[in-house]
Design a protein. Structure first.
Length: 156
């Protein structure tokens, strides 16, 4: 992040949202095999496509998440993320407000970003357990045997 402009947030979060942050960090650290911070995770997830990914969840599911994991609370978190991530997070917040039909805070957007991450990781783990994980092409194959954009392996 050296010379990249940063944006800082002070979030007062609930115990439930705090637990969601720590669980997300545990998963992300284990996935990357490196100790991670909330800023690293938010920077990794707050991409231009973040809102679209979150919008894939049912509106009622997102509302229930915000009810069961309230954002506001007594635990203070300082979050410093890249300007690009902050802009993407703001755009996600704006789109999610429209999607849900209610006003949201940046903390709500972070909460839904982490919710989406945990759900994605849980789904991937479940799919792997039942043997439906995506096989990775052998190193150096460049995906040979697959047509771009298709999920079909051509047999030659």
């Amino acid at each position: 992040m050296g010379s990249q402009t940063m944006r800082g947030y002070t979030l007062d979060v609930s115990e439930y949202l705090f637990r969601l942050t720590t669980e997300s960090l545990r998963i992300h650290s284990n996935q990357t095999r490196r100790y991670q911070s909330l800023a690293n995770l938010v920077n990794a997830r707050a991409t231009a496509s973040a809102a679209g990914a979150i919008e894939q969840h049912d509106v009622e599911t997102l509302r229930q998440h915000l009810e069961k994991v309230p954002t506001k609370g007594p635990i203070r978190i300082y979050l410093s993320i890249s300007k690009t991530s902050a802009e993407n997070l703001t755009e996600a917040k704006r789109r999610l407000e429209k999607h849900l039909g209610s006003a949201l805070t940046v903390g709500d957007a972070v909460s839904m970003l982490l919710f989406d991450y945990v759900v994605e990781q849980g789904t991937a783990k479940l799919m792997s357990r039942i043997g439906i994980d995506q096989p990775k092409p052998p190193k150096g194959s460049g995906g040979r045997g697959r047509d771009e954009g298709e999920k079909v392996v051509r047999i030659r």
